[in-house]
Every structure is written in C-alpha cells, then in structure tokens.
Ligand binder design. Structure first.
Ligand code: SAM
Length: 216
C-alpha cells in the first residue's frame, strides 16, 4: 500500500486503455460523494474494475467508506482482473469483490437473506442493461439503500442493436432477444416505468447517459 492517497489522475494513468469509466465521470462522482457524504457503496458490474478503482480511490481520499461490487465469474479471467488492478493501486482494502456464476441478483438475494436492513448510501447499476435484470436489480437495490441513499444507472439509452455488426454472425445472446428487445433502450424502460413512479424515490435527475434518483 502506498503511504498517501492515490489521485484520480493516477488511477486514470494505471487504467489507460481499459474500459469503461472515464476520468471525467470519476471526477463527477468525487464531487457527488463529497456533496452527499457517500460512504457505503454498491456496484453491479465491474468488468476490469475501472469504476471500482475510481470509487475506491475517492473513498480512500475521504478516509472512510467501502465498496461492495459484483460481476460474473468470467471477470476473474480478464487481464487485468479487478483484484490485480485494486492490488496494484493499493486499494483492495476498500473493496469487497463478489464473482457470481450467473447473475448479481443472486448475490443481492444472499445479502438480503443475511440482513434485510438497508446498508448502502449509493448503488451504481452498470451491468446487464436488460429490462429483466436491471429492473429486478433495481427493486432489490431499493431494499438495500438507506433512506437518503442514491441509485445511479449508466447507459440509459444503450440498445443491444448497437452490438449487431453487419456481415458478422449474431452472437447467441443477441439472437435469443427479439428484434424489439434489441432495439429498445431497456435501462430507460426501467428508469421511466419503475424508478420514475416508484413511491420510495424522488430527486430524479438525468445527466447524459447517467440517471440518478434518491431514496426518500
Ligand atoms: C459495462 S461493464 C461494467 C463497467 C464498469 N462499471 C466500469 O465502468 O469500469 C458491464 C459488466 O456487467 C457484467 N454483467 C452483465 N450482466 C451481469 C449479470 N447478470 N450479473 C453480473 N454481472 C453482469 C458484465 O460481466 C460486465 O463486466
């Protein structure tokens, strides 16, 4: 572990060339965490762990807080994987990583089973991007958010149709969707139909591809 907190720019330099979260997004979160006094965080979907590293660096600089993050077991084989990335940055102590065989909703079930009480100030939902998984994940996350806690959705208008490449065979997971499912921004359906009218949420705000809502 280094003897001083790591800056977001230093994280950016370490994750150069890796997808997904950008430095500009991380800086927005830094301001948001300070403004809302965010400490305990949940993340659904970490890929290489870029967003996890940024959030962990923000918490480290704030001197408190923890991130619990969940993805699929396939994430362990990524180079680098989240464990290597966080280890290199000296941030492993700020993050609990869960690798799930099928879906982060299973881990959320286990968490609710272990303790049904709310425990997070912030939940970043950045995985799956389907009505089925994101919609259900949101309903589970609502149970785990403290009053006043925030949910943040990424990729509000993502469609699976953008992954269809002309002249190339369609991967099985895309073929299994109807053309309507592929063409529908499914996170936005969750936002419009579940988050917007949900009686437990207010202060809805869109910011580019991000959408924030606060639990009352
Ligand atoms: C866009 S990437 C996450 C990027 C990351 N938040 C960042 O900004 O660095 C989406 C991730 O969600 C994960 N994912 C998709 N569906 C999932 C599911 N049902 N359960 C767990 N993880 C899932 C994928 O494996 C992928 O790593």
């Amino acid at each position: 572990m280094q003897d001083r907190t790591i800056t977001l720019t230093e994280v950016r330099d370490r994750v150069a060339g890796l997808r997904y979260m950008t430095l500009a997004q991380a800086e927005k979160l830094e301001g948001f965490f300070a403004e809302q006094d965010i400490a305990d965080c949940l993340e659904l979907g970490f890929y290489h762990g870029v967003s996890s590293a940024y959030m962990a660096a923000i918490l480290e600089a704030r001197g408190r807080g923890h991130l619990t993050t969940i993805d699929l077991v396939s994430g362990a084989a990524r180079a680098p994987n989240i464990d290597a990335l966080l280890g290199d940055l000296g941030l492993s102590h700020r993050v609990t990583v869960h690798y799930e065989p099928r879906c982060f909703t299973w881990r959320l079930m286990r968490m609710i089973e272990a303790d049904p009480g709310p425990r997070f100030d912030f939940a970043y939902i950045d995985g799956a991007h389907t009505w089925l998984v994101t919609g259900y994940a949101f309903l589970l996350v609502e149970r785990l958010l403290r009053p006043g806690g925030w949910v943040l959705f990424d990729d509000l208008d993502f469609t699976y149709a953008t992954l269809v490449k002309p002249g190339r065979p369609m991967p099985d997971f895309l073929r299994r969707m109807t053309a309507e499912e592929r063409a529908t921004p499914q996170v936005r359906k969750v936002w419009d139909l579940l988050v917007g009218p949900h009686p437990a949420f207010h202060n809805h705000r869109e910011d580019g591809r991000w959408a924030f809502a606060q639990k009352r």
